[in-house]
Design a protein around this ligand. Structure first.
Ligand code: ADP
Ligand code: MG
Length: 282
């Protein structure tokens, strides 16, 4: 892939922040990264390595201090409706129902009420929330709120979906379910997804490629191709030998970047001991 035909292209991207009292803090440095149209790219790295900063730059919420970010070959200079961002916090309007939250973003588009409602209903259905249109955020679980937030992002029909640890606040069971839902939505809509996480399992399960960032300043350490074979709903992919191998690969790259306590957190559920892993491979 060349920068010309990439959906998202970062070339020599760096980001510094001014430090109070003088000087600068380098959050990101020398990032070269191309994301193909329709790709599901996961970015994983220790906390504070610049993952959110990277997503802000792609979203146009911040400008790089070095290099260039482009979408479809056009330099990103600000936010636009062709890129939607989903954050860890759902940021729903509490006084609006699920349906009206999804409609909210469409109001600026000058669509008629009926058209807005139709689009919003379709997207609530896509995220599995048919029948919950009239619930208020406080009447929904965390997972359902995040589904509404995803529906709201997709309602604009953006080419690019940017997700910043969207499932980090959810319990493990809900997270697993939403990961499957997201893969299904991605497969049906063909969006280009950049998904940030600090969880290795999540990265390996979701990503077609996983970009591992170094700790401060964030650089791309390596990009790991993930090939877990065909996904069969009856099989537990997460306990397959291929999954263990990829997880070990990403973990090996990441472990030198993490403080010791984070190595333990990131590896949950535990990376198999070398002996188990050899047995799984054999
Ligand atoms: P991550 O998402 O990987 O945890 P962030 O991108 O949020 O990391 O932050 C990377 C580094 O940049 C952190 O050390 C953070 O404190 C710093 N940083 C982020 N935004 C700003 C800002 N607006 N001003 C100053 N420093 C910032
Ligand atoms: Mg972050």
């Amino acid at each position: 892939m060349t920068a010309q035909n990439a959906k998202i292209s970062l070339t020599g991207v760096g980001k510094t922040f001014p430090v109070r009292g003088g000087g600068v803090f380098t959050a990101l440095s020398g990032i070269d990264l191309d994301v193909a149209e329709g790709e599901f790219l996961v970015v994983v790295g220790p906390s504070g390595c610049g993952k959110s900063t990277l997503l802000d730059l792609i979203g146009g919420l911040a400008r790089p201090t070095a290099g260039r970010v482009a979408i479809d070959g056009v330099e990103v200079t600000g936010p636009a409706l062709d890129r939607a961002v989903v954050f860890q916090q759902y940021a729903l309007l509490p006084w609006r129902t699920a349906l009206r939250n999804v409609e909210f973003g469409l109001e600026a588009k000058g669509l008629r009420r009926r058209e807005r409602t139709e689009i919003a209903r379709h997207h609530l259905d896509l995220v599995g929330l048919s029948g919950f249109e009239d619930r208020y955020p406080h009447e929904l679980s965390g997972g359902m709120k995040q589904r509404v937030a995803i529906a709201r992002s997709l309602a604009h029909d953006p080419g690019v979906l940017l997700m910043d640890e969207p499932f980090a606040a959810l319990d493990a069971q809900t997270r697993d379910t939403l990961q499957d839902e997201l893969l299904r939505i991605w497969a049906t809509t063909g969006k280009t997804v950049v998904f940030i996480t600090h969880g290795i399992d999540e990265a390996v399960y979701l990503g077609g490629r996983v970009a591992v960032l170094t700790s401060r300043p964030g650089r791309v350490k390596e990009i790991v191709d993930i090939d877990l074979g065909p996904r069969d709903e009856r099989e537990d992919l997460r306990s397959s030998p291929a999954f263990a191998e990829h997880r070990h690969r990403v973990w090996s790259l990441l472990k030198d970047e993490l403080p010791k306590d984070e190595v333990r957190a990131a590896q949950r559920p535990a990376v198999p001991a070398p002996r188990e892993e050899a047995a799984a491979r054999g």
